[in-house]
Design a protein around this ligand. Structure first.
Ligand SMILES: Nc1ncnc2c1ncn2[C@@H]1O[C@H](COP(=O)(O)OP(=O)(O)OP(=O)(O)O)[C@@H](O)[C@H]1O
Ligand SMILES: [Mg+2]
Length: 454
C-alpha cells in the first residue's frame, strides 16, 4: 500500500536555504510549501494542515517560536522541527521544551535532513498508534508488562494466555535479556495456579550439591552443613510454577533426578526416604541451543523432550526494531514520574543500536540516562557516547547484496548530494561551494546544470 504524500511546510527567510530545502524534500517525494518569513508561514497554517513544519528560529516579523505556538494552537498533531544557527541552540532546546519535535543545526548535511524528516514521520506514526492504543485496546501491545508490536512478539502475546491455561511444561529459549523470565512470570500469573507460588532458581548460580538441595530440599544431617531440615523449591512451588533458569547448566546427575521427578510427580529430599508427591508446572529457560547440547551429550535428550512440550522463542531485539520506540516509552514511564520526551534523533539512535544485551541493555540505558540527566527532554547528546559508535547509522547507500545496484545512478545521486551539501554550507555561494569540493568554478557550474540545480 502506498502511503499518501506527507506535507511539509518550510519557513525560512534565507532564500538559498529555503530553495535547497524545498528541492531536497520534493525530491524525497514530499509535498512542500515554502514560506519566506514567519508571517507567510502563519498564513499557511491557517489554510492547511501539515505533517511537519521545518522553521528557522530567527526571522524578522514572526519568529520560529510564533510558528510553533500557532501550530500548537491550530493543529497540535503537526511536528515542528526548529532550524538553529550558531548561537541559537539554547533557543532550540527551549523550543523543544515547549513542544517542538526536534531541531537541526545550520549548516546541516543533506542526509541529516532526510533522516530527521523520515524519523519524524515514523515516530509520529508510532506515537499516534501508541496513543490510539492507550485509549482503546491497551492489551494489544501489552500482556502482563510484556511490550511489543512486532509480528513475532504479537504472536507470542497471543500464545501466552493459551499456554498459561495448560499444565504442560514450557521451554523458553532466547538470548540474554530478551524477556524469558518476564514471560515465565506472565505464564504463572495467567495460570489457574496463579494464587500459588512462582519459584525461580538459576541453575548456573549454585554448585552441584547445593543446587540439588535447593531444588529438592534436604533432611538434617544429609551432608555436612545440613543442620536443619529444609524444604526444596519443588515443594514450595506445589500447585504453582517452578522456573528453572539456565537449565543447560544443570549437572548431569541432577538432570536424571529432575527427569524422574517430572515423570512420576514425586521426588525425595536429599537424605530423605519418603517419596513426596507434588503437582508443579515447570518452565525452563536457556540462552543455549538445548538440542545442540543434547547432540553433544551435555544434556539428556529424554529430559529435553519432557521440558520442550511447549517451546517459546524470544527473538533478539535487533530483529524487532519496531518494538524499540514502544519499549523506550514504557521504560521512560517506568523510571520517571515526570512526562519525559525524547527527540527524534535520540530515538533513531536507539532504534539503530545492535543491542547485544537486548531489552535489558535498553532498559539499563534508559534508567541510567534518567538518573544522570535532569531533563524533561532527552536528546541524542544525553545518550551514552558509545551508542553513537555502535549504531548502524544508515549510510544512505544501497548494498550490492540486496539484489544488485545501478552504480551510475548511485554515483549520480552521491554527486548531487555533495553538490547540494556544499551549496548549503557555502550559503548558496558557488565560488565557495567549488572550493569546498575542490572543483574549479567552471566544473562546478557544469555539474550544477547537469543536475538541474539552480
Ligand atoms: N517485551 C518486553 N517488554 C517489557 N519489558 C521487557 C521486555 N522484555 C524484557 N523486558 C525487561 O528486560 C529485562 C530483562 O528481561 P528478563 O530478565 O526477562 O530477560 P531474560 O531473557 O531472562 O535474560 P537472561 O537470559 O539474561 O536471564 C527485565 O527487566 C524485563 O522486565
Ligand atoms: Mg533471566
Amino acid at each position: 500500500m502506498r502511503k499518501s504524500k506527507a506535507k511539509i511546510l518550510v519557513v525560512e527567510d534565507e532564500k538559498s536555504m529555503r530553495e535547497i530545502l524545498t528541492m531536497l524534500l520534493e525530491e524525497e517525494g514530499y509535498g512542500v510549501v515554502a514560506a519566506a518569513d514567519g508571517k507567510e508561514g502563519v498564513g499557511w497554517l491557517q489554510k492547511d494542515i501539515f505533517d511537519i513544519i521545518i522553521t528557522d528560529i530567527k526571522m524578522p516579523g514572526a519568529d520560529g517560536f510564533e510558528i510553533l505556538a500557532k501550530s500548537q494552537e491550530l493543529s497540535p498533531e503537526t511536528a515542528v522541527i526548529m532550524i538553529t544557527a550558531f548561537g541559537t541552540l539554547e533557543a532550540a532546546l527551549e523550543a523543544m521544551k515547549l513542544g517542538a519535535y526536534d531541531y537541526i543545526h545550520k549548516p546541516f548535511k543533506i542526509d541529516e535532513i532526510r533522516l530527521i524528516v523520515r524519523n519524524t514521520l515514523d515516530t509520529k506514526r508510532l506515537r499516534t498508534e501508541v496513543s490510539l492504543l492507550r485509549e482503546t485496546v491497551k492489551s494489544t501491545y501489552e500482556v502482563e508488562n510484556i511490550i511489543g508490536k512486532s509480528p513475532k512478539m504479537q504472536e507470542l502475546m497471543r500464545l501466552i494466555p493459551k499456554v498459561a491455561r495448560t499444565v504442560s511444561n514450557v521451554l523458553i529459549t532466547g538470548e540474554s535479556g530478551t524477556g524469558k523470565e518476564l514471560v515465565a512470570v506472565a505464564l504463572h500469573n495467567l495460570s489457574p495456579g496463579s494464587d500459588k507460588n512462582f519459584v525461580a532458581i538459576n541453575c548456573a548460580s549454585f554448585p552441584e550439591g547445593l543446587l540439588e538441595s535447593e531444588i529438592f530440599g534436604h533432611m538434617k544431617g544429609a551432608f555436612t552443613g545440613a543442620v536443619q531440615n529444609k524444604l526444596g523449591l519443588f515443594e514450595v512451588a506445589d500447585e504453582g510454577t517452578l522456573f528453572l533458569d539456565e537449565i543447560a547448566e544443570m549437572p548431569a546427575s541432577l538432570q536424571s533426578k529432575l527427569l524422574r521427578a517430572i515423570e512420576t510427580s514425586t521426588f525425595r529430599r536429599v537424605g530423605g526416604t519418603a517419596d513426596i508427591k507434588v503437582n508443579v508446572r515447570i518452565i525452563a529457560a536457556t540462552n543455549k541451543d538445548l538440542k545442540k547440547e543434547c547432540d553433544s551429550g551435555r544434556f539428556r535428550e529424554d529430559l529435553f523432550f519432557r521440558l520442550d512440550v511447549i517451546p517459546l522463542h524470544m527473538p533478539p531485539l535487533r530483529e524487532r526494531k519496531e518494538d524499540i520506540p514502544l519499549l523506550v516509552e514504557h521504560f521512560l514511564r517506568k523510571y520517571s514520574e515526570k512526562s519525559i520526551q525524547i527527540s527524534g534523533s535520540a530515538m533513531s539512535l536507539l532504534v539503530n543500536c545492535p543491542w547485544k544485551g537486548n531489552v535489558r541493555e535498553l532498559e539499563n540505558i534508559i534508567e541510567r540516562v534518567l538518573i544522570f540527566t535532569d531533563t524533561e527532554l532527552i536528546t541524542a547528546t544525553d545518550l551514552p557516547s558509545e551508542l553513537a559508535l555502535t549504531s548502524e547509522k544508515p549510510a544512505g547507500l544501497p548494498a550490492v547484496e540486496q539484489g544488485g545496484i545501478d552504480v551510475e545512478d548511485v554515483l549520480r545521486k552521491l554527486e548531487r548530494n555533495y553538490l547540494l551539501e556544499a551549496l548549503t554550507l557555502a550559503g548558496g555561494k558557488k565560488t565557495e561551494a567549488a572550493k569546498l569540493l575542490n572543483l574549479s568554478f567552471r566544473s562546478l557550474r557544469h555539474k550544477l546544470s547537469k543536475h538541474g540545480i539552480k
